[in-house]
Ligand binder design. Structure first.
Ligand SMILES: NC(=O)c1ccc[n+]([C@@H]2O[C@H](COP(=O)([O-])OP(=O)(O)OC[C@H]3O[C@@H](n4cnc5c(N)ncnc54)[C@H](OP(=O)(O)O)[C@@H]3O)[C@@H](O)[C@H]2O)c1
Length: 250
């Protein structure tokens, strides 16, 4: 892969998909700013490749994100690719609804992205170029069992990506939306239900990078799961609720 970007910023880079993305980009000559809360894991990651530098941040802290963005630009130059990937998954059934988990999901998965966009967009507009990838999930397509906290936060990201793609292209900014299916990472290690078409994190990172290279809007995989869930999106509500109910709503 020829390096399309000189500097990339990845949030949620300490484990899973973000970590694999950081390593792949660095191997292709991209300078990578790796962010997450776990400073020790970021330092380990930076030891794995000299092109990676750690920038610890909690994405729920708006001021901290703005400061980290400034530090990255100073140390590494303008961010040309931002992969806003930090996320949390709180499995939660509606019958045991916990507002703290729902709020935390929204704070990290949605507002974590919003907080990063605030410094990123004006910088990219001023440069007349840039690429922003928002990591959502196929779980954002429709309401699904156990996803009362998670799915709404990802649905919000999907909607936001559409708005940004529409409005930022005239400024030379490419916006991509990443919707993975099940990927084997610390996030899914807690799951006690079958995960059809489960992918390895390195495979997921390869697919994401190929899509980003092509400047695609939606990068969704694997196609089998994406196809099924997109079909559910097209169904009338009555039929959707009958089918989705069999997936385990209790
Ligand atoms: N795995 C899947 O099946 C799957 C499917 C669809 C979508 N996704 C999405 O893909 C993205 C990556 O997930 P993953 O599977 O790679 O999970 P993961 O291994 O658990 O990675 C999540 C990353 O987010 C970071 N993070 C969490 N809270 C944060 C905060 N407040 N501030 C900064 N960083 C924070 C974590 O680092 P620290 O804990 O060190 O902060 C970690 O680096 C997420 O957005 C997830 O929703 C995953």
């Amino acid at each position: 892969m020829p390096a399309k970007w000189r500097t990339a910023w990845i949030t949620g880079a300490s484990t899973g998909i973000g970590r694999e993305l950081a390593l792949r980009l660095a191997r292709h000559g991209v300078r990578v700013a790796a962010s997450a809360r776990s400073a020790d894991k970021l330092v380990d990651l930076a030891k794995a490749h000299s092109g990676i530098r750690p920038f610890r941040v909690d994405v729920t802290d708006r001021a901290e994100l703005a400061a980290v963005h400034r530090n990255i630009v100073e140390a590494m130059g303008p961010v040309e690719l931002a992969v806003l990937n930090a996320g949390v998954w709180h499995p939660m059934q509606a019958s045991s609804y916990d507002a703290r988990q729902a709020i935390h999901s929204m704070q990290v998965n949605y507002f974590g992205i919003v907080n990063a966009l605030e410094p990123l967009i004006p910088a990219m507009v001023a440069n007349g170029k840039g690429h922003i990838a928002l990591v959502a999930s196929v779980a954002g397509y429709r309401g699904l069992p156990k996803a009362a906290a998670y799915a709404p936060s990802k649905a919000a990201v999907i909607n936001l990506a559409e708005v940004l793609r529409l409005e930022l292209s005239r400024h030379g900014i490419v916006v991509s939306l990443v919707n993975p299916g099940f990927v084997e990472t610390p996030m899914t290690a807690v799951n006690d239900f079958p995960m059809p078409y489960l992918l390895k994190a390195d495979d997921a990172a390869d697919r994401i990078l190929r899509g980003l290279e092509k400047g695609r809007f939606e990068i969704a995989f694997p196609w089998q799961l994406v196809g099924m869930l997109k079909l559910l999106r097209l169904l009338p509500n009555g039929l959707f609720l009958r089918i989705a109910g069999r997936l385990g709503a209790g």
